[in-house]
Write a new protein. Structure first.
Ligand SMILES: C[S@@+](CC[C@H](N)C(=O)[O-])C[C@H]1O[C@@H](n2cnc3c(N)ncnc32)[C@H](O)[C@@H]1O
Length: 324
């Protein structure tokens, strides 16, 4: 599937703010922010509006694509889910809110929370250019305190934020986030072993608290993957020339690796198996690594099973597949 591009209104807002700025200054800021993230300093290098813009220009296309992939997987499994309210925890420039607004036309109330005032300012400015997000509420503050006084929402999203919380505080934050989830929670993290470990810990904790997995897993049992394997997915994004300049990158695309879990209060009626790696297609068979209700399966679909082979040829890494 083609990766989602940023909505036109969001792109226009970002382009308007970039206009007249020095690309090399923006690129320099983006590099410092990225280095600070790599060194474990989280969003500490995002202090000014120019920093916030550099972060948004560099990262929003990728985090938007990852959140959208998670929301699409969810919508496929719970097609009747029509949330009215969204709570975007660690919202930053509002990426997940934009993605949720696109995925669910039913959403009308958007509450965002984040500790970073520069990102809040940018999110509000970008949101002002959106017909859907114009009326958003953006609470600035530390997540646990801000959540304690926030209203519960039908859909809660925590996108690329759990990694910024110290290990000792994650369980308490997860409990609070779940308490504010009326129906469905989507958590997205970088698709690294560490990001996956955080997703797994949250999955285990919240299943024990009564949650059910809607995606990517087809069950609520223990994850069948054993280290060094880890569950993650990928979105390939085309890079515009401006994006390449800002990221100091040469390739015309980037691959965003992400891990996610969507948890619901009520179990989904059916859950598809999940394709865990890009299937290998040969003239003889399609070989696919699948997560199925019984665990992990390396499924081979022979060419002689014509219709099944034709279907399996179209499987892509991350797809939910309904096995008969
Ligand atoms: C990597 S950014 C992700 C932003 C956005 N969700 C996205 O996907 O593009 C992480 C965000 O979490 C916020 N954050 C980290 N720790 C926080 C905390 N304890 N309380 C509130 N916000 C926090 C940061 O300020 C930052 O905006």
């Amino acid at each position: 599937m083609t990766p989602p591009d940023l909505p036109t209104e969001l792109k226009a807002g970002l382009d308007a703010r970039l206009h007249g700025l020095s690309r090399s200054d923006v690129a320099g800021r983006a590099a410092i922010i990225s280095r600070t993230y790599r060194d474990g300093g989280g969003s500490g290098a995002i202090a000014t509006e120019a920093d916030a813009l550099a972060y948004a220009l560099a990262r929003m296309p990728a985090t938007y694509a990852a959140v959208t992939a998670g929301l699409n997987a969810l919508a496929e499994i719970t097609p009747d889910f029509a949330p009215n309210s969204l709570l975007d925890v660690g919202a930053g420039p509002g990426t997940a809110s934009w993605a949720a607004a696109e995925a669910f036309s039913s959403l009308s109330a958007f509450t965002l929370l984040d500790a970073n005032s520069a990102l809040r300012t940018l999110a509000l400015a970008l949101g002002a250019g959106s017909t859907r997000l114009r009326g958003m509420t953006y609470r600035q503050g530390e997540a646990r305190a801000a959540l304690a006084s926030a209203e519960a929402a039908d859909l809660v999203v925590a996108s690329y934020m759990i990694g910024e919380i110290s290990e000792g505080e994650r369980a308490a934050l997860a409990e609070l986030i779940w308490a504010k989830t009326r129906d469905t929670l989507l958590v997205v993290e970088p698709g690294t072993p560490a990001g996956f470990a955080r997703i797994l810990a949250m999955r285990t904790q919240l299943i024990a608290a009564g949650a059910h997995v809607a995606a990517p897993c087809p069950h609520d049992d223990r994850c069948p993957l054993a280290a060094p394997d880890w569950c993650h997915f990928s979105q390939r994004l085309p890079r515009s020339q401006a994006h390449r300049q800002i990221k100091g990158a040469e390739l015309a695309y980037e691959d965003e690796r992400f891990a996610y879990v969507a948890l619901t209060r009520v179990p989904a009626a059916r859950r598809p198996a999940r394709v865990l790696a890009q299937p290998v297609v040969s003239k003889v068979e399609v070989t696919a690594k699948l997560c199925i209700p019984d665990g992990l399966a390396i499924t081979k679909v022979p060419r002689r099973a014509k219709a099944d082979y034709a279907t399996a040829r179209r499987w892509r890494w991350g797809d939910g597949v309904w096995l008969t």
